[in-house]
Ligand binder design. Structure first.
Ligand SMILES: [Zn+2]
Length: 313
């Protein structure tokens, strides 16, 4: 039933793999075959969809997020709405999603960001709930910094294994932590939130094949200890998505951003007690850690990356 026919000679094959092997007989590369026999075009500029693999090829309507953005901008509102909803529906089915995709998930896929859905529909999370996706977060307005906290009452713990401790304008002391690198001395203030700090190269290496299992075990350990883990990367998400072009990231790294972020997205869907947050630099990391610790368990209510992107964090 699942057999596929070669569009050139009409011969039938058991599966795509056999068809792909057969294409040599026609002197065709796989990408050429699909672009010639199953042409797909970028909805915005009409250029051929770049072929990476069959699944990606048939699921892609744009070659870049910029083209997606431009198309949505020019499309009639009803078309833009229909398109944006269908993206979510299709992904829910294809990836068996449980939760409404977070800002990090949307920004690392060919999707409009959360605030675009808010703009079109009023509330992204309501849209997701209608599609049967659970919301981990709520829509938010301004973020309050909570009550005034006294420097004599709370200390920021820094894990003893932390290699490059951040500077805080707040008392801190080294302590062996069960998960993450930073925590507050009184966990009831933060709902037991710990923060795992990573440079961009640490982040890439942690999500690579070699270290992924160890990282997932750390996440599971946090879960057992009822610790909420924020993985804070001290570089922007845009840089993380294009690390191949950054002078300070080793050229020896073979892994692709696509692979890294596939792992990130699977962790986000699998573990609701984990968020990833990408911020500009180390100064921002210190500021954000303090803000998360003293904002009344913000991480349990809102999507931190979204708040950061909207300059509300
Ligand atoms: Zn053929």
């Amino acid at each position: 039933m699942d057999s596929v026919a070669c569009k050139v000679c009409e011969k039938e094959f058991q599966d795509s793999k056999s068809l792909h092997r057969h294409l040599k007989a026609h002197g065709l590369r796989i990408a050429e075959y699909y672009q010639q026999c199953h042409p797909r075009h970028d909805l915005y500029d009409g250029k051929f969809i770049k072929f990476k693999n069959k699944e990606q090829y048939f699921a892609t309507d744009f070659n870049s997020r910029t083209n997606l953005k431009m198309w949505l901008k020019e499309a009639p509102e009803d078309d833009a709405k229909k398109y944006s909803i269908n993206l979510l529906k299709a992904r829910k089915v294809a990836k068996k999603l449980v939760y409404a995709p977070s800002q990090v998930e949307l920004r690392t896929l060919m999707f409009p960001p959360v605030y675009y859905y808010d703009l079109l529909f009023g509330d992204y999370y309501k849209v997701c709930e209608k599609l049967g996706l659970k919301s981990k977060h709520n829509k938010f307005g301004e973020i309050m910094t909570g009550a005034a906290y006294n420097k004599d009452d709370y200390v920021i713990y820094i894990d003893t294994r932390e290699q490059l401790p951040l500077d805080f304008d707040w008392p801190s002391e080294p302590k062996a932590l069960k998960a993450g690198d930073y925590a507050l001395s009184d966990p009831s203030i933060t709902c037991n939130c710990h923060i795992e700090r990573k440079s961009l190269s640490d982040f890439i290496s942690t999500l690579s094949v070699k270290n992924f299992d160890r990282f997932e075990r750390e996440i599971q350990r946090a879960e057992e200890e009822k610790i909420y883990l924020v993985v804070l990367v001290e570089d922007t998400l845009s840089n993380a998505l294009s690390f191949k072009y950054l002078p300070y990231i080793s050229k020896k790294i073979r892994v692709t951003p696509e692979f890294i972020f596939r792992n990130v997205r699977s962790l986000i869907q699998k573990y609701p007690h984990v968020q990833f947050l990408f911020v500009k630099n180390r100064e921002e990391s210190s500021r954000i850690i303090k803000k998360i610790f003293f904002s009344g368990c913000l991480h349990e209510k809102i999507d931190l990356q979204l708040a950061y992107d909207l300059k509300k964090l």
